[in-house]
Design a protein around this ligand. Sequence first.
Ligand code: URA
Length: 225
Amino acid sequence: MKIRLDKFLSSQNIGTRSTITKQLKLKKVVVNNQIIQQGSFKIDPELDRVLFDNNIINYCNFIYIAMNKPQNYICANKDKSKQTIIDLIKEPFANSLHIVGRLDIDTTGLVLLTNNGSWTHSLKSPNANIEKEYEVTLKDDITDEMLIKLKSDIFLDNKLLKKVRIEKIYKNTCNIILTEGKYHQIKRMFHYVNNEVIKLKRIRIGIFNLENLNIKEGEWTKIII
Ligand code: URA
């Protein structure tokens, strides 16, 4: 299948679309021995020989997936007794994927998967501060005192958590935004203020919003990066 040269170059992590446009103008890109300066030029990644800055690009067809995880599936590639989210992807490439930020078995919502290790790293790196937004339903109503405590310093496993953003939606529901992902973090934070999470759903990771992706629970879609 033919695709635009600029799209191909960005899929191979050569740079952003705008830096690629500059590099094309600087005559850094050669396709089948011919300098190409137009990003709109169409190539077949499987067949054409593309050089960037005199280095051949070994085409790597990365896969990026967004899934709406249902309850009772675990975020793992294999398990002896439980169903995994990989089981929901009935494709030959399923086992090459890794999970970018796990959810607990009873948590639903957005999970990203890929076979591109550097993309995983860029999203999971602690310095990246990628926002993860959750809808939380609690056993008891959320009090002002709880909100104050949740917004101030909290230690888990003797480590200070990064500040969270939290917005009360209704008596016992709220949205919370984290920029890290410690083990059972949200459940433990609410336990700390003497409440209990009874339902948890991740609705956003960075720019990827479950609502815009329009995927039903248990389903997944390929995303373009
Ligand atoms: N925090 C939790 O407690 N569980 C999750 O699945 C995600 C965040």
